[in-house]
Design a protein around this ligand. Sequence first.
Ligand SMILES: NC(=O)c1ccc[n+]([C@@H]2O[C@H](COP(=O)([O-])OP(=O)(O)OC[C@H]3O[C@@H](n4cnc5c(N)ncnc54)[C@H](OP(=O)(O)O)[C@@H]3O)[C@@H](O)[C@H]2O)c1
Length: 284
Amino acid sequence: MILVTGANGNLGSETIQKLRQKNPGLPVAGFVRSEEKGAGLKKLGVEIRIGDYLDVDSVKKVLHGVDTLLLISSSTLEKRVEQHKNVIDAAGQSGVQHIFYTSMLRAEKLLSPLNPDHYETEKLLKASGIPFTIHRHTFYTEFFPAILGNAAETGQWHFPGAGKAMNFAYRKEMAEALAINLAESSKHQNKTFEITSAKAFTFQEYARMVGEACGKTISYKDLTVDEYINQLKEAGLPAHVVELGEVSAKTIVNGALDFTSGDLEMVLGRKPKSTADFIKEYFS
Ligand SMILES: NC(=O)c1ccc[n+]([C@@H]2O[C@H](COP(=O)([O-])OP(=O)(O)OC[C@H]3O[C@@H](n4cnc5c(N)ncnc54)[C@H](OP(=O)(O)O)[C@@H]3O)[C@@H](O)[C@H]2O)c1
């Protein structure tokens, strides 16, 4: 039995779908936080197990009979390492034989404020003695429009970049790669995959692509992180949006996404979709 956590989330639900498409008959269950959140998957015939990373007893029950676990990193940032530790510890006690974890690109370099939680989790996973596979994800291509903001309308794109390039990869293809490796887990024991598309581009390059796609000039202005945060605050955006903006901006200016690897292409057996193609499609 393969159990996927975060099963109602974007990545979890997509991974379950791909797993079932490619491997009919393979037993796959989804870990969700409530009956309501699992209702959609249940309708599709997926077994639903209910728990919360912060409720250790619920996690132990959920892991009963599970051989392979996909631990999708929590979207709740508070006590994130504790949440992941609860799952890894419970997996050890429940006889789980292999844990997959979704981490972040080059987590050990600690270039992004998001990296420490992932790196700590990777260390816990390795110390658990349970065979593991880590998929380190770059930012989702689906997140690109949020970084672009209203630049396509105004022709002005103000965002901290510090000249660094950024790689994005499709969440759908990340899910497909997880499904492929989960179905052949024994081949991937104790391996780490850096999941990116083939190229990283700078803001200037993305601005040119967006401009070509929507038929106008997009001029890019580099901001410091502080200037950007002040701009978000002055626009009256809610605190959690400002926080997300700060984390994203620091990730980019520190060069955390300025990296590419062939791992996603190797797992998929084809070239991953490029962000250039996403931009063309998005504006067509
Ligand atoms: N690479 C990127 O660009 C990027 C962007 C955003 C997030 N991420 C990370 O990648 C993960 C997957 O992305 P996604 O798009 O699938 O995120 P998502 O749609 O927000 O899904 C996150 C899942 O985590 C579950 N979760 C949160 N706290 C939990 C807890 N205490 N116990 C059990 N489950 C809990 C959520 O359950 P509920 O629905 O009940 O909240 C949801 O099912 C995220 O969780 C985040 O760590 C990566």
